[in-house]
Design a protein around this ligand. Structure first.
Ligand code: SAM
Ligand code: SF4
Length: 342
């Protein structure tokens, strides 16, 4: 990599980030690209326009902002997108972030399509955990839901991640009535068999999509849990992965079954996260537009850690109390999930 104005995480005392409602922010989700090799029907429109290169943060800038967050007490960073593995040189970023003092967990959410190639180098570079999205185990349906994806490749990616030594790999599945809700038990059997965890996600109204009516396909976590419970009795667990999933256990398996329920079980009061888009917008909530643009700061004052940290601290006051997702109205949030990072 060329020379860059990087920020040392060593010298500054920890200043915890706290919002107006007393919530501590210790988790940053970093969208490293808005681009993706899939076009999942719930995430993107078929015909997407992506950001031009001049509008996105360089890898060094992503590193500098992450380092500032770690200095301010952030313990966990998730690389996401878009698809993080389509960003050029993302391994460089993983390697640098992996060396940040004070960062306890460096994890990624990926569609898995390139993990057969990247799983081992990512592990070596310091990635500590990985979530892989998988909504169907049927090749044709998988292709239809992702519009471009090849199921066999993703399954090879999951295998490669296991071989590379990632522990507690978690699958993410967005369940939609009439599209893939008949595969809930197949997905549970798959994770039991492969010794993986899984989270079932309620679809969120981010961006205008055309392929289905979200109000009609909405599948609540409770109904999914009930269907699983009839085959495999579930016991609520107090475990947390530091994210929004509520976990359940089965008596005869190590696999954890999680539910991410933005509609039916609001988790905003426990929110410990903020998000950075690849344009440099610090989003204080997935379901609101409250944000601060950090790009002018890292563009105009490279290496000015004080200024960056002060801006981040100030932004905490913008964090709203909760999201107000509704399935009945037009989406209030026009950005698609690939911009925000899941
Ligand atoms: N491309 C990577 C992937 O798919 O894993 C990372 C980014 S993706 C935006 C992160 C997660 O968000 C995925 O698990 C995806 O299923 C989920 N997601 C995308 N759009 C969503 C929506 N509208 N509602 C709920 N989850 C969504
Ligand atoms: Fe790409 Fe992930 Fe969005 Fe699917 S969910 S289109 S894989 S960013």
């Amino acid at each position: 990599m060329g020379s860059c104005a990087t920020i040392s995480a060593m010298s500054t005392p920890l200043l915890p980030l706290q919002d107006r409602f007393g919530r501590q922010v210790n988790y940053l989700r970093l969208s490293v690209t808005d681009r993706c090799d899939f076009r999942c029907v719930y995430c993107m429109a078929e015909d997407m326009r992506f950001l031009p290169k001049r509008e996105i943060l360089g890898l060094e800038q992503l590193y500098d902002i992450s380092a500032a967050f770690v200095q301010l007490g952030v313990k966990k960073i998730r690389l996401t997108g878009g698809e993080p593995l389509v960003r050029n040189n993302v391994l460089w970023l993983v390697e640098r972030l992996g060396q940040l003092d004070g960062l306890e967990k460096l994890v990624m959410t990926s569609n898995g399509a390139q993990l057969d190639k990247y799983a081992a180098p990512l592990r070596k570079a310091g990635l500590s955990g990985i979530n892989i999205s998988l909504d169907s185990l049927r090749p044709e349906r998988f292709r239809a839901l992702t519009r471009t994806g090849d199921l066999a490749k993703v399954l090879r990616g999951i295998d490669a991640a296991q071989q590379a030594g990632f522990e507690r790999i978690k699958l993410n599945a967005v369940i939609m009535n009439g599209r893939n809700d008949d595969e809930i038990l197949d997905l549970v059997d798959f994770v039991r068999d492969q010794r993986l965890d899984i989270s079932f996600i309620e679809e969120m109204p981010l961006g205008q999509i055309s392929e289905h009516d979200r109000a009609l396909t909405f599948c609540s976590s409770d109904s999914i849990r009930e269907r699983i419970h009839q085959r495999y009795p579930l016991t609520a667990s107090t475990e947390t992965s530091g994210g929004p999933s509520r976990y359940y256990r089965m008596a005869d398996s190590d696999s954890r079954i999680g539910f991410i329920s933005p509609h039916s079980h609001n988790f905003c009061h426990l929110c410990n996260r903020v998000r950075l888009t690849v344009e440099g917008r610090l989003l204080l909530c997935l379901g609101n537009e409250h944000s601060l643009n950090l790009k002018p700061i890292v563009d105009q004052y490279p290496g000015d850690t004080e200024r960056l940290r002060a801006a981040i601290i100030e932004a905490m006051d913008l964090k709203p109390e909760r999201h107000h997702f509704s399935l009945d109205d037009e989406p209030q949030i026009v950005r698609f999930m690939n911009t925000t990072g899941g």
